[in-house]
Write a protein that binds this ligand. Structure first.
Ligand SMILES: NC(=O)c1ccc[n+]([C@@H]2O[C@H](COP(=O)([O-])OP(=O)(O)OC[C@H]3O[C@@H](n4cnc5c(N)ncnc54)[C@H](OP(=O)(O)O)[C@@H]3O)[C@@H](O)[C@H]2O)c1
Length: 290
């Protein structure tokens, strides 16, 4: 019997990319992709019955409450989905000897750093979403000895809503746009992250059962302004892109000023190949036009 791999959040950016990739792995794994109608993380009590029924060998948790600004208001819901349910998933994983891979965020850091954040740097979120994800991380590690947490940043894909698609739309609609130029981070093409996740699962199948916190993004730090300017260049658009400071674009949730992740451990432990952010952006934009 093939090992069962559950993937939550099948309609999100990462879940969708994992669905695209699954066809190349169908001979080795049986995939169960879930949306909120099959497994609702706002209802933690529904998680144990789901495990009883499916009994997965691998559980990839891509579902999350990701509306960073709305989380400042919908606190209880964000906490339930990102922390309470992640803890419950981890407890069930421990009971059913399931390997858990759950996704976290650069927003667990406060952004005061000036060098890439190591996986061992203490967390100190500056917004409520980051806070819920940091609590979720703790519970995932405490409740299940076989947990891999992958923190990622600035995720985009051909699917769903993201910075790349928003910029392309605005640049076509307007003669000029203003983009924040004093927040530094690194974009991540969700298709690349999906590949990294499958590599970690393959490694576990071959006996590499490394656990703990890992970081994954594309390589090379940038700013939202530079990111937008590169999107414009690759799309061949003429809209003016102007740099602005964070203060000129107030949002309900504070953002970390610097959130570049140190990617060393995922490459040394799992041999995950890293991809340069502009190359991945180009790939994604080619897919969008295809
Ligand atoms: N996007 C980023 O820039 C970013 C950055 C750093 C880390 N991350 C992390 O990366 C992971 C994947 O993010 P993403 O960009 O793929 O997110 P996304 O596109 O916003 O997708 C999130 C998914 O979670 C599902 N979901 C929300 N509430 C749920 C519930 N109550 N029960 C079950 N499913 C629920 C959503 O379902 P619906 O489709 O029904 O809404 C959606 O499929 C998340 O853990 C996120 O925190 C994301």
């Amino acid at each position: 019997m093939k090992p069962i791999v559950v993937v939550t959040g099948k309609n999100g950016q990462l879940g969708w990319e994992l669905q695209q990739l699954a066809s190349s792995f169908q001979d080795r794994y049986e995939f169960v992709f879930t949306d909120r109608t099959m497994l609702d993380l706002a209802a933690p009590e529904s998680i144990a019955p789901f495990f009883e029924k499916i009994r997965p060998q691998f559980f990839i948790n891509c579902a999350a409450y990701t509306a960073v600004d709305k989380a400042e208001v919908e606190k209880e819901l964000a906490l339930t989905i990102n922390a309470t349910s992640v803890g419950e998933i981890a407890s069930c994983c421990a009971r059913f000897q399931t390997k858990l891979i759950t996704i976290s965020t650069d927003y667990v850091f406060d952004g005061q750093g000036t060098a890439p954040y190591s996986t061992t740097t203490p967390t100190h979120p500056v917004n409520y979403y980051g806070n819920t994800k940091a609590i979720g991380e703790q519970k995932a590690l405490e409740n299940n000895p076989n947990t891999v947490i992958i923190r990622t940043s600035w995720v985009y894909s051909t699917h769903g809503n993201n910075f790349v698609k928003t910029m392309l739309r605005l640049m076509k609609e307007r003669p000029e746009i203003k983009v924040v130029a004093d927040q530094q981070g690194c974009p991540t093409y969700a298709a690349d992250l999906a590949e990294a996740i499958m590599q970690i699962i393959s490694a576990a199948q071959k006996g590499n059962n490394a656990v703990g916190i890992f970081h994954y993004s594309n390589t090379g730090a940038t700013t939202w302004f530079d990111f937008a300017s590169t999107i414009k260049e690759f799309a061949g658009l003429t809209c003016s892109v102007l740099p602005i400071p964070t203060e000129a674009f107030p949002t309900p949730a504070k953002r970390p000023a610097y959130s570049v992740l140190d990617l060393q451990s995922i490459t040394t432990v799992f041999g995950v190949e890293l991809k340069e952010w502009k190359r991945s952006l180009k790939n994604c934009m080619e897919q969008l036009h295809a």
